[in-house]
Design a protein around this ligand. Structure first.
Ligand code: NAD
Length: 519
């Protein structure tokens, strides 16, 4: 492990390709091995990043633990901590052009959305968490146990070293969801970024440091998930684990954390139903259905990938979807008018294409898309055409498994009861959409859907003002919301005997042995 004076600003070669070392204890730390970060739209080299190993992971946890125990951050007042977070948010926002492009080049998300997930949403969420921190109740009186006998004080304290593990799809936004409430609560953080998208996480470390976060409080490591990630989840000095990724990995993370009884928050996969009621505003519902399954080419866990349509409007709705897909612009992710970018990797593209083949084999019918777009501009990227399946049933693989690509499975329903049954017939429970002009009816449906977030006449609206997380195999616990900081604190009860009429022990006959004055 080598400390280095090279920073993210250092250009290491003549092509001005930046190299990103890891960020540990307030310093850039390099490694003998490197990742090459490829733009999934073009196949071009975006940057290189140090490939972390277990030694780096240990150093990051050590730096986090030392900074926590020194009190350098947790002993600052909530107002001082909120000031640092707000300074970071303003500095991040000021770099909107640069960071939107970096987000796009790293993850393949079209730049219009790169701005949203790389900058606008992280900035708004950070400001919200800072506001929550300013009014957070660190101590409050508990109920009086009996007049004049005892009263409690309920106190919240930071936990220690919090580990955040994030995937590649919206790396900055997800890192913010984990790191900022943990930091707001006074903890120190180790962030394990994804192998494919480490760049914005490392930029985040530098920006938080520049905003005044003391050294060692926020550390970013890269490395292979099965090696560095799993090592960190088992680490004896990590006190809390928050993970976003696949359900399969989530199970591994939970089992590893269980060995040391660490609390976990898991945000995992989804197979969101998007239910169109007969009375829906069809124009709005078409907009929403496209947005639900096509945002970031379907690479979002909360995507609406099962479209439930009543028989009566099925054919018209599908025709409108096809017409709309034909107008969507695929291609240059740096063009603000582009709607659809590539998948993150060739591996992911092959996986999605295999799902499309399985849908065909199971008897569903492709009405648009189904392959790789042709043309020079797609030659070096990992594009898949927006794809819609009809004649599908809920028992097909394309209706049961998370595809994480631009694939919509349309399923017909006969009655609202049947729609609700199909919607809930899944191992997942992260999200659902309901489209109707009858709000009472839509609310009645929403109350019966087993999912953590339900959007009526909307989709993908995850905000720091409301909790987000899954039922069933979609996760454990919640992120965001005004109580997000609670997850990153321990609750302590201090019970204070205030008796003026003899001790509580005497009153209840709890004095054991012979009191001195009675002998
Ligand atoms: P993944 O679970 O393989 O990886 C996610 C992260 O976990 C990466 O940083 C990876 O390095 C790390 N990791 C891998 N194995 C690990 C292990 N054994 N221990 C600790 N860390 C480990 O997921 P992926 O394929 O990179 O991402 C796609 C999946 O993530 C999708 O299937 C989707 O369901 C899920 N996802 C969920 C959400 C959500 O909020 N619920 C958001 C984005 C993605």
């Amino acid at each position: 492990m080598t400390m280095t004076s090279e920073t993210a600003e250092t250009s290491l070669d003549s092509q001005q390709i930046k190299h990103y070392p890891l960020f540990i204890g307030g310093q850039w730390v390099d490694s003998d091995e490197r990742y090459t970060i490829i733009d999934p739209a073009t196949g071009e080299l975006v940057a290189t990043a140090a490939k972390g190993n277990r030694e780096h992971a240990d150093a990051a946890v050590k730096a986090a633990k030392e900074s926590f125990e020194s009190g350098v951050w947790k002993n600052q007042s909530p107002a001082q901590r909120a000031d640092v977070l707000e300074r970071f948010a303003s500095a991040w926002e000021a770099r909107i052009d640069e960071l939107s492009v970096l987000t796009t080049k790293e993850s393949g998300i079209p730049v219009r959305l790169g701005a949203v997930f790389g900058v606008y949403s992280p900035v708004a969420d950070t400001r919200q968490f800072a506001a929550d921190l300013r009014r957070f109740e660190w101590e409050r009186p508990g109920p009086v146990l009996e007049p004049m006998l005892a009263v409690g004080i309920l106190r919240r304290e930071p936990i220690g070293v919090c580990l955040g593990i994030v995937p590649w799809n919206t790396p900055t936004a997800l890192a913010i969801w984990k790191a900022i409430p943990a930091l707001a609560a006074g903890n120190s953080v180790v962030l394990k970024v994804d192998e494919k998208t480490p760049v914005t996480g490392l930029e985040l470390a530098k920006a938080l440091s520049d905003a005044g976060l003391p050294d060692g409080v926020f550390n970013v490591v890269t490395g292979e998930g099965r090696d560095v990630g799993s090592y960190l989840t088992e680490h004896k000095d990590v006190s809390h684990v928050s993970f976003t990724g696949s359900t399969a990995t989530g199970r591994t993370v939970m089992a590893a954390a269980a060995a040391r009884l660490k609390p976990v928050v898991l945000e995992l996969g989804g197979k969101g139903p998007n239910i169109i009621l007969e009375d829906a505003d069809l124009d709005a519902a078409v907009d929403g259905s496209i947005w639900a399954f096509m945002m970031h080419s379907g690479q979002a866990c909360e995507s609406g990938t099962r479209l439930l349509l009543p028989e009566s409007i099925h054919d018209e709705f599908v025709s409108r979807l096809i017409a709309r897909v034909k107008t969507m612009r695929l291609g240059d992710t740096l063009d603000p008018l582009t709607d659809v970018g590539p998948l993150v990797s060739d591996h992911q593209r092959k996986r999605v294409l295999a799902y499309i083949e399985s849908g065909k084999a199971d008897g569903a019918r492709v009405v648009i898309g189904g392959g790789v777009p042709e043309g020079e501009q797609f030659a070096n990227g990992y594009y898949v055409e927006p794809t819609i399946f009809v004649d599908a049933t809920n028992d097909m693989k394309i209706a049961r498994e998370e595809i994480f690509g631009p694939v919509l499975t349309v399923i017909k329903y006969d009655s609202l009861e049947q729609a609700i049954e199909i919607a809930n017939d899944t191992e997942y429970g992260l999200s659902a959409g309901i489209w109707s002009e009858d709000i009472e009816k839509a609310l009645a449906v929403a109350r019966q859907i087993e999912a953590g977030s339900i959007w009526i006449n909307d989709f993908h609206c995850a905000t720091s003002k409301y909790p987000f997380g899954g039922y069933k195999q979609s996760g454990v616990g919640r992120e965001l919301g005004s109580s997000a900081m609670n997850d990153y604190t321990e609750e302590k009860t201090i019970l204070l005997s205030v008796s003026t009429q003899g001790s509580r022990l005497a009153k209840y006959g709890l004095v054991l042995g012979t009191p001195r004055d009675a002998s």
